[in-house]
Structures are given as structure tokens and as C-alpha cells.
Write a protein that binds this ligand. Structure first.
Ligand code: SF4
Length: 291
């Protein structure tokens, strides 16, 4: 089950059943290291070992220790992808500074947009997040990037771009990535903004932050990442974090199961661990949230 401090309207894992801001010792750092060790057996090239979690990784209270351990043990750079919800906490910032690359989410500049798009836990304030990001920017020696997901008619207006740019000017991130909900979202009404609106938003941010600091990500699928999976177990692991296009899942499973690929997938659908959702004319398999 996803554990998160937000319940973003575009979350590809579905709604958060109960938000939480409690940092917990979910496992020992050594267990994380063993999982990484196993994963590295099937990989030839590594740029970063990235901590993402099934939800928000900074809710793991030993995050900094785990990152330090895997970085020391395997000798690779480490990256963190966080929703920034706890960056106002000193211990979360201390854990974040262990990483060589940190990506923090910032989709909103005002309390009302924040509540509408991220639906945060009641204890979280957007003003505290923006101040926390300013602090982190001073404390971190690695790269700090910001990711902003834009939803049509929710946070993609020019007025909001100006407010976000004001906030980000104080944060001084290395780069800001503008993204959109290209996979099945938690709420059916969520739409990708028109490309011209995405461009205008990116241009307005560039006016404040500099052109080279704002990148509009291409709205393409990351099929090449998925192409490594061929077993139903590896597909399940990926589907926990990213919905997988159904046609792609079937062609990957065919490598191992031939004509029985659909039958294998159907068994998992019947057991309830996977579900099929439709979005923008394409069908996806997604891990079902347990209640
Ligand atoms: S998109 Fe990320 S931050 Fe938002 S609810 Fe999903 S896991 Fe949490």
C-alpha cells in the first residue's frame, strides 16, 4: 500500500487511503543494501542509485543512513526523488544532503492551489515547504532540482507561473522540470494541459529563473525503461510505481510465456493484485491499492 503525505490528483498509484507525516523505521539500512545488491546483478550501467519509494521516501526515518550505506558499499552516486512535504524538518534536510542529486516536487505556490492539486496531510503548509526548500538549497552540496507537474485548469495558469517563479527565485534550484500527468491519474477528470499552455508556463518561469534552468519534459512514454522487464514479477514491481501500458506488458510477457501471456496476466488480475485502467485512449495495468 502506498504511504504518502499527499494524495495528488494526478498520482499514478491512485488515491492515498490515509495521508501520514510520521517518519518511521520501515526497515534496516542493511535490508535496503541487500535489495540494491540483488538489483545490480541484472544491470550493466548505473548513473545513480535512486531512492523513490512506494509513496514518499522521506517518511523513512533511516533514509540518510541507508543512502550513505549503499553509496559507500557500491560506490555509485545516490539520488532522491521526494515530494518536499517534510523539507521544513531539519532531520529530513539532513538526510537529503547525503544525496548527490535531489529532486523535490513543487506544484503549487499558494495554499488553495496546494490543497487542490496535492491534497496534503492537514499538518503541512506550503509556506513552510517553500522556506524549507530555501534552507535546503543553502545546505546541500549536491544538485537540487525541482519538478512541477501541471494539470489542465488547476495550476497551469500564467498568474500561477508568476507566483511559482517568485518562490523558486529564492530557492535557486539548479534546474526546474515541467511535467504533466501522462499516465493514468488518481482522479478521472485530470487532464494534460494544452502544449501551448505548457510552453507559456515554461517561458514565464524562464523569464525569472533563466532559460537554461527550465526544462519542459517531452510528453512521451518511458517505454524503454520498461523494456527491461520480462517476468510477471518484474512487471509487478514496476506497476507498483508506474502504470504499465497493457500492450507493452503483453509483448514483454510474450518473451517468457509465448501465447500464454494473456492467461498469466489474467490470473494476476483475478487475484486482485493488478487492475486495468484507461487513460488518454490507452489501457494500462496498475497495482491495486490495498485497503
Ligand atoms: S504523486 Fe507522489 S507525492 Fe503525490 S500522492 Fe502520489 S506518491 Fe504521493
Amino acid at each position: 500500500m502506498k504511504t504518502c503525505s499527499y494524495s495528488c490528483i494526478y498520482c499514478q498509484l491512485g488515491r492515498t487511503i490515509r495521508t501520514s507525516i510520521l517518519r518511521r523505521r520501515y526497515c534496516e539500512p542493511e535490508e535496503v543494501a541487500r535489495v540494491v545488491e540483488r538489483a545490480l546483478e541484472n544491470v550493466d550501467r548505473v548513473d545513480y542509485l535512486t531512492f523513490v519509494g512506494d509513496g514518499e521516501p522521506t517518511l523513512y526515518s533511516l533514509l540518510g543512513k541507508a543512502a550513505t550505506l549503499v553509496s559507500r558499499e557500491f560506490g555509485y552516486r545516490v539520488a532522491l526523488i521526494s515530494n518536499a512535504s517534510l523539507v521544513w524538518r531539519r532531520d529530513v534536510r539532513e538526510d537529503s544532503t547525503v544525496f548527490d542529486f535531489v529532486s523535490m516536487k513543487l506544484d503549487a505556490a499558494t495554499p488553495s492551489v496546494f490543497r487542490r492539486v496535492n491534497r496534503p496531510d492537514n499538518a503541512i503548509r506550503i509556506s513552510a515547504i517553500i522556506s524549507g526548500l530555501e534552507e535546503l538549497s543553502k545546505e546541500i552540496s549536491g544538485i537540487l532540482s525541482i519538478e512541477t507537474v501541471l494539470v489542465d485548469g488547476v495550476n497551469d495558469g500564467s498568474w500561477h507561473a508568476d507566483l511559482l517563479a517568485e518562490a523558486l527565485r529564492k530557492v535557486e534550484p539548479y534546474v526546474v522540470y515541467i511535467n504533466a500527468p501522462i499516465r493514468p491519474p488518481a482522479e478521472k477528470w485530470v487532464r494534460v494541459p494544452r502544449v501551448d499552455r505548457l510552453r507559456i508556463f515554461a517561458e514565464r518561469l524562464s523569464m525569472y529563473l533563466g532559460k537554461h534552468r527550465v526544462i519542459l519534459l517531452p510528453l512521451a512514454e518511458i517505454d524503454e525503461v520498461l523494456a527491461r522487464a520480462s517476468t510477471i514479477e518484474s512487471l509487478l514491481e514496476i506497476a507498483k510505481l508506474h502504470p504499465v501500458p497493457l500492450d507493452l506488458a503483453l509483448s514483454l510477457l510474450k518473451r517468457e510465456h509465448g501465447d500464454k501471456a494473456m492467461e498469466v496476466l489474467r490470473r494476476y488480475l483475478e487475484r486482485g493484485s493488478l487492475t486495468i485502467v484507461k487513460y488518454r485512449g490507452r489501457e494500462y495495468i496498475r497495482a491495486r491499492q490495498q485497503t
